[in-house]
Design a binder for this molecule. Structure first.
Ligand SMILES: [Zn+2]
Length: 384
């Protein structure tokens, strides 16, 4: 049987996690949500308020007669994490407070020369310190998203081909450089986490997040937990071999899904050079919005490859929802509707589940940054 102090600690972190994810709650709704009686909630909230972790106020809508149920609010500055999203062309960092609010952000573009792990780590340390000082906060942990194959236990980046990184001990090097615990995650895995906790897939137990940046990655939430495989390498769905005799892929294989639906494939479909900037690709996609049939003609092949891969993904993982991120969110609406319908019609598992939905992310370009923050918060919420 658990000791009373263990029960109290467990209840405290559960309550904090609820406030962190759902925002301000009344004491009454916390009691209902956590299945605890009101006096236990009062003791917990009083303790957290005394420690400066939460604040309480009278809800604006409840100023009528009678004793109001106080609203409990997380205090963002009570626990702050550093979130970092390393992409091929850009690094974004943010300080995120308890409750998930971005308190401040910074970022810089990466060029060939500045894309080395050494340069990224140095610039990160140089940027994070002044940002925290400006805001008057002190981050207690860091989460960092990397587009590559990451060993979750120690944050070792086995390979991040588009960054040209291999065998980088990023977790231990950043822990030393920043002097705080660091969680390194694959970008799509962290995207899935963000969608599940704060985005389109909130409340869903089984979700697949698929995003197209330069490469294509996937993150899987199964029964409300991130699916990682033994070492954390699961999810390289961009390298599903889907096209016999297809294009060579930098991973050493040919006909990978990514070669048909990644950024280079978007460029080819739009008649742009494969080296076009992201802004140019997005602008060309947006131009197609006024012309449904033109969009279907231009993007038809890419949409068919997208559908084919998603049918495989749905049949493999049986999610209730597939969330598409990054460049996929710019696809014209009729194309997305076609993909959504076709995946439902052609996936056996989708039919068995009563219709898997394919939707686009609503978290925009912050999705991986927010996922990195949540990965960092996982341990922090137990110790605040
Ligand atoms: Zn490949």
């Amino acid at each position: 049987m658990a000791r009373p102090d263990e029960v109290r600690r467990y209840n405290r972190s559960t309550l904090l996690r609820t406030l962190h994810l759902t925002g301000p709650c009344t004491r009454a709704s916390l009691a209902g949500e956590l299945g605890l009686n009101r006096s236990t909630i009062k003791t917990l909230v009083d303790g957290l308020a005394g420690a400066g972790v939460v604040a309480e106020r009278v809800p604006r809508t409840q100023r009528q007669a009678g004793r109001p149920s106080l609203l409990v609010l997380p205090r963002p500055e009570a626990a702050v994490v550093l979130a970092v999203d390393v992409r091929v062309g850009h690094v974004a960092l943010a300080l995120v407070g308890l409750g998930g609010q971005i308190l401040g952000r910074d970022g810089w573009n990466l060029r060939e020369r500045t894309r080395t792990p050494e340069e990224v780590i140095t610039r990160l340390v140089e940027s994070a310190g002044p940002l925290a000082a400006d805001l008057g906060v002190r981050p207690v942990a860091c989460g960092i998203s990397v587009p590559g194959v990451v060993r979750r236990a120690d944050g070792h980046v086995h390979e991040a081909p588009n960054l040209r990184w291999s065998d980088v001990a990023l977790g231990s090097r950043l822990t030393r450089a920043l002097d705080m615990p660091v969680v390194v995650g694959n970008d799509a895995e962290l995207g899935a986490l963000a969608e599940n906790l704060r985005g389109r897939a909130t409340g869903a137990a089984d979700v697949v997040f698929v995003s197209a940046d330069i490469g294509v990655g996937g993150g899987v939430i199964a029964q409300s937990a991130s699916l990682r495989g033994g070492a954390g390498y699961l999810g390289e769905i961009g390298h599903m071999a889907v096209h016999p005799g297809g294009r060579p892929c930098y991973c050493g294989s040919t006909g990978c899904w990514e070669t048909e639906v990644g950024e280079a494939a978007f460029c080819r479909a739009l008649g742009l050079p494969e080296t076009s900037s992201r802004g140019r690709v997005v602008a060309a996609l947006r131009e197609l919005r006024a012309d449904d049939e033109g969009a279907r003609r231009r993007i038809g092949d890419l949409a068919e490859w997208l559908t084919l891969g998603l049918v495989n993904v749905v049949n493999l993982f049986g999610p209730e929802l597939v969330v598409l991120g990054d460049l996929f969110t710019e696809l014209p609406a009729p194309v997305l509707d076609d993909v959504d319908r076709a995946v439902r019609a052609r996936s056996l598992v989708s039919r068995a589940l009563g219709g898997v939905r394919v939707r686009t992310s609503a978290l925009g370009t912050d999705v991986k940054l927010l996922g990195a923050a949540e990965a960092a918060f996982e341990d922090v919420l137990d110790t605040v």
